[in-house]
Design a protein. Structure first.
Length: 249
């Protein structure tokens, strides 16, 4: 399994910290978790095009996590090179309404012509896909939100999207080889519905993950010693993401 952080930042621009996105090569497939602005462009830097991506998993519908859905669907509509294989987009309830509204805003420009588009709204569930499984858990955020855990050959990566500290993310991250948590605010400026470094540490310790990766840093968080706050609870392997940080499991 290969995991690359496509965007380690939030909606607030900062060099090296683009809006949310994670690329995963797993089983026989290439998938993207969240699609903040510029995700499609950054995928190209990995040598991955819109023709290669098999599935998109969206955690929730805040623009810094899903705006590039428009870019994906528009690129896939263009005749040359034509996309042939189907695309499945997953997300919490509201996905179909979102795509309907986007299609109304960009009349005809997002509608597939050469491939099949499936939109799948998920609750808490387990999916068995091409050589891997995907488990979801509902997160606590200011919008309906899911976290995802992808697992193949005994290796697991879990990704929180945006959330308040909750039991669901501990359960989903249990024993994960890679636990990717958002860390968009800092202990000194806690905001409901988002994680702070000390909470990320507490989640990682409770989950017993093998490697904690923090991402989704707003510029203000980067001004603090994030690792020191994580270390109050968690003493395992820790990485602070930047765009294009890559992991092999
Ligand atoms: Zn959000
Ligand atoms: Zn966010």
């Amino acid at each position: 399994m290969k995991v690359v952080i496509l965007g380690a930042g939030t909606a607030i621009p900062a060099p090296g910290y683009s809006p949310a996105g994670v690329y995963v090569r797993i089983g026989r497939e290439q998938v993207v978790l969240d699609a903040g602005a510029g995700s499609l462009q950054r995928l190209a830097r990995l040598g991955v095009t819109f023709l290669d991506v098999d599935r998109l998993f969206l955690t929730h519908f805040h623009p810094d996590h899903c705006l590039d859905l428009v870019s994906f669907l528009f690129a896939m509509r263009l005749p040359e090179p034509a996309r042939r294989k189907p695309l499945t987009v997953y997300g919490p309830p509201g996905l179909r309404a979102l795509v309907r509204r986007l299609s109304a805003a960009f009349p005809t420009w997002l509608e597939p012509r050469t491939y099949r588009l499936r939109l799948v709204e998920l609750g808490q569930t387990t999916l068995r896909l091409g050589g891997y499984t995907v488990r979801t858990a509902r997160m606590q955020h200011s919008a309906p939100a899911l976290a995802y855990r992808l697992e193949a050959h005994g290796r697991a990566v879990a990704y929180s999207g945006d959330t308040e500290i909750c039991e669901g993310i501990v359960r989903l991250g249990r024993g994960a080889d890679l636990l990717i948590l958002e860390c968009s605010v800092t202990d000194e400026r806690k905001v409901a519905g988002h994680l702070i470094p000390s909470e990320c540490g507490a989640i990682a310790r409770a989950a017993g993950c093998r490697h904690l990766v923090l991402t989704h840093f707003s510029p203000v968080v980067l001004g603090y010693d994030i690792a020191r706050r994580v270390r109050r609870a968690y003493h395992g392997r820790l990485s602070l993401a930047r765009d294009f940080k890559a992991f092999r499991l």
